[in-house]
Design a protein around this ligand. Structure first.
Ligand code: NAP
Length: 639
């Protein structure tokens, strides 16, 4: 019933509050009432490393008190429209500590304040705080390669700064990975209230971890809202780019889907093609000989009806673990070929829908959305790194880097035992024998083991010898027959910027220089390639701490600050100094060597064919943020 005084639906609010994330309510109350007693011990959540109560174990009484208090505060707010003055810095710090469940170090305060953006999310647009001469900026043109998550972030930053740009996109629409991957069950594995642009965070996600169609619609919506479509050449693949030192320009060579080649000239190039955009087929003998339909998960062939078919799936990474449970009920028999088991990350709400009540709170209760996102942000910021840092005094370093990490591993092993109860064969097969985070962990809410336990599903862990005309021959001599084969075999993550032919100063080829071992300063710039940026470049993938969108925003911000450096020096081009680049890479290599993905003996796309970790950022999230707030002119040469 709508209240006659306020016109608001009090009963709906009451009902919605039952769906609240209660710790978020405590923070809302500080804003609505100024009462900091809700930050006291009684309302303080405490979280476990695995699963556990999203409300952090608050008592039923405490939760009811929070709901009642917010209800009353909202009635007051509806009547007066008034919120008490913004909490002072000390109070905000207490609120952040409350979210982090421990005092956050002082160095995190600015970082956290930035993310909170209490003055409005508009301020979070990358490059927003960097003042450029707009008239000059308009004469500086950048070409962005790729209209996926990073390319869109870059375009918005450049637009905000007044820098001219054009985007070249091989696909027919924006979205990148969310355009390419349409396999059944495809969904994000980072909570959406975090896996969204910081400046476009107020989105009504249907699920905590939404499906591909929702992600694609989000990126399309953001691109439309920021009027980017008119600046994108779709169906246009970049063949290569050549630096012209005399003119200080790049010439970018393109080819459209219908074969028409073209070239365009720009002052800067921003590659935003990602790390996971080139599907990798398995290197198995006879791959092309199979007579039935066969396709890669990232190129799902929707014309193939799998109903009633005998299907073989190679791979058990994040992609396969999402589509196997979807197709298992419809096929007659499914054989899943696993080479290496991945660690599962128990996530009970992985497939849950966000209730109407939660939507109401997110949309209508002041600051609820802000603090809910902040909870996710701070939980996933740098805290999880603690599970990866080696304690030299720990006596089971072959099992885990420290005691907490060992407890986490034991907890997940227990989870796997529970999931596979009654099937000791599956318990053994699904329990990895390497350190957690040696390769990408896989979110799971129980559907993986449930699929593998089905009568019509077999998990094969013995090695494959070859693909044949009719199916797969095992090394033990068995011939398995299939109607269709699906390769969930991942991406050529180490082949950064392949197959583009990029030539920098003196016509030197990027791929010749890299030799399959890609490196860049902050993942972004490299010597010999002036005015050239790579987004989601070498060593910018994060494993446990943060969202990759956060990194892209940092990168977009840095790019704008580089253009500012050029403007201030009236320079035409800039190039990172060799020693800065070398020192950075040495630091990264040393740090990665100490991380599970550096030393664990597991197949992983985190390492390249040289055995070097060219993918991952081994440091803290705050370190990347600090280092990309503004480019340091001393690290660059200018011309
Ligand atoms: P992946 O993690 O690289 O997994 C590839 C799978 O194929 C592995 O199980 C691998 O075994 C197996 N494989 C490869 N070559 C093989 C061969 N010759 N014989 C037998 N098995 C072979 O690929 P992905 O699952 O596509 O995931 C890639 C990344 O994309 C993820 O780590 C994640 O970052 C991202 N992703 C994210 C989401 C999400 O957000 N929800 C979903 C999908 C993917 P080995 O382990 O032994 O190499």
């Amino acid at each position: 019933m709508a209240d006659t005084v306020t016109g608001h639906d009090e009963a709906r609010l009451r009902a919605a509050l039952e769906h609240a994330h209660h710790p978020t309510l405590a923070l809302v109350l500080v804003h609505l009432t100024g009462d900091t007693s809700f930050l006291s011990e009684r309302y303080q959540p405490a979280y476990q490393a695995i699963g556990g109560d999203p409300d952090g174990g608050l008592s039923e009484e405490a939760k009811a008190e929070l709901r009642d208090a917010v209800f009353k505060a909202m009635l007051g707010y509806w009547k007066t429209g008034k919120i008490v003055p913004k909490p002072d810095t000390a109070t905000l710090k207490r609120m952040m500590d409350y979210c982090a469940t421990q005092p956050i170090p002082d160095e995190y305060v600015n970082f956290a304040m930035h993310e909170l953006a209490l003055e409005g999310r508009e301020n979070l647009k990358p490059g927003k705080s960097i003042a450029l001469d707009r008239a000059q900026a308009a004469t500086f043109k950048a070409v962005i390669i790729g209209a996926g998550m990073s390319g869109i972030a870059a375009a918005i930053a450049l637009k905000e700064a007044g820098i001219a740009f054009e985007i070249l996109e091989k696909n027919a629409d924006v979205g990148g990975t969310w355009y390419d991957n349409t396999y059944p069950g495809c969904r994000v594995d980072n909570p959406n209230h975090l896996y969204s642009y910081s400046f476009e965070a107020d989105h009504a996600w249907p699920q905590h971890f939404s499906t591909q169609d929702q992600l694609l619609a989000y990126f399309q919506g953001v691109a439309k809202k920021h009027d980017l479509y008119k600046s994108i050449r779709f169906n246009t693949e970049v063949l290569g780019a050549d630096w012209d030192e005399a003119a200080a320009t790049w010439t970018i060579r393109t080819r459209t889907k219908d074969g028409k080649e073209d070239a365009l000239v720009s002052n800067a190039v921003i590659s935003a093609v990602g790390q996971l955009n080139q599907p990798k087929l398995p290197d198995i003998e006879g791959l092309g000989t199979f007579k039935g339909p066969a396709f890669h998960s990232a190129r799902w062939d929707h014309s193939v009806d799998l109903t009633g078919k005998t299907v073989g799936v190679i791979g058990t990474g994040c992609s396969a673990i999402q589509f196997v449970p979807e197709i298992a009920p419809k096929v007659s028999h499914l054989t899943v070929f696993q080479r290496t088991a991945g660690w599962l990350a128990p996530t009970p709400d992985y497939h849950d829908y966000i209730t109407d009540g939660k939507h109401l709170l997110l949309a209508d209760v002041p600051f609820y959305q802000v603090w809910y996102r902040f909870f996710l942000f701070i939980a996933m910021a740098d805290g999880p790194l603690a599970y990866l840092v080696k304690d030299p005094a720990y006596n089971r370093l072959d099992y885990a880097p420290n005691a907490d990490a060992a407890a986490l591993r034991e907890g997940i092993e227990q989870y796997i035992r529970e999931q596979t109860a009654g099937r000791p064969d599956l318990t053994a097969a699904l329990t990895p024998d390497f350190h957690i985070s040696g390769k990408r962990s896989i979110r799971d809410n129980g559907v993986w083991a449930a699929a593998l336990k089905r009568d019509n599903v077999t998990l094969e862990t013995s090695p494959i010898a070859q693909v044949t005309e009719t199916g797969i021959r095992m090394q033990d001599g068995r011939d398995l027959k299939f109607d269709a084969l699906i390769y969930g075999t991942g991406f050529k993550a180490s082949d950064f910027l392949v197959p583009m032919d990029i030539k920098g100063k003196d016509g030197k080829s990027l791929h010749d220089i890299w030799g399959g071992d890609a490196r860049a300063y902050l993942g972004l710039t490299l010597p010999g390639f002036p005015n050239f940026f790579i987004m989601y470049g070498p060593n910018t993938n994060i494993v446990v701490n943060g969202s990759i969108i956060f990194f892209s925003e940092c990168e977009a911000n840095y790019i704008v600050s580089c253009v500012k450096m050029l403007q201030e020096r009236k320079a035409k081009s800039f190039e990172v100094k060799r020693d800065v680049f070398d020192t950075f890479n040495a630091e990264v290599d040393a740090a990665n060597a100490e991380m599970p993905w550096g030393y664990a003996e597991a197949n992983t796309w985190y390492r390249n064919s040289h055995g070097r970790v060219a993918q991952n950022w081994p440091f803290r999230l705050i370190d990347y943020w600090n280092r990309t707030r503004e480019a340091a002119p001393a690290e660059y040469t200018f011309r």
